[in-house]
Design a protein around this ligand. Sequence first.
Ligand code: KIV
Length: 271
Amino acid sequence: MDRIGRLTQHDLQNIYKSGEKIVCLTAYTTPVARVLDKHCDLLLVGDSLGMVVYGMDNTLGVTLDMMINHGQAVMRGVKHSFVVVDMPYGSYEHDAADAVMNAKRVIDETGCDAIKIEGGLELLHIYHALAAAEIPTVAHIGLQPQSVEKEGGYKLKGRNDAETAELILAAQEIEKTGVIALVIEGTVEQSSRAIVDAVSVPTIGIGASPYCDGQILVTDDMLGLFVEHVPKFVKQYAQLAQNIDAAAAQYSHEVRAGVFPSDAHVYKRAS
Ligand code: KIV
């Protein structure tokens, strides 16, 4: 794909209108962002970094400073993709003024294009406040990882008519606030399809069927690097954990055997 300059909100809208799929992945560091940038329309600095980078049990311990640091790192590696940074747990859901202040910090300090928050109808006032402050916002509905403790686990959504109706209503009301896109996570195919049909804003699915206008995966999942828990919706396109294991084993063998470093990796005085 040949593109000049970073994608804008308008470009994403055009991809959506053209019927082409919007390709998204998560990124947390500069070198990985550089590689993914060529292939993606949108990179998300997801708070999944709590688990896949920091080894936390869930995303609840991620801080605003962590998101800003990783947002800055990703921005240094990106030339083409639209970049979204997640607002972490506790930084937006309690108070609209806090949400706006923290979202502005993320945008000002990282230079990213938009922020993402998790929440449905219960956060409509926050979506409105972000819109009033002209903060480009992506909504995350369906399974919301930041609600893991409240819900007692990661629960699939849209399992019945009532849940589906609530998701559709939430998507429609959130759309009216002017969000750029809707991430739909962990939602039954029929329900996810009904949401996609009910809105006119790009939908990005993760475990939410091929009907979404785009797809996203956690990069460490799809690279086979984070293998502690592999959800059904993850396809592994590489086995990096195995590759790293093999490389480290070979390195340790060569160091112990005195094979590394060899002359090729040693500085010698020119004589
Ligand atoms: O934190 C994250 O990585 C996300 C996803 C949508 C993948 O929110």
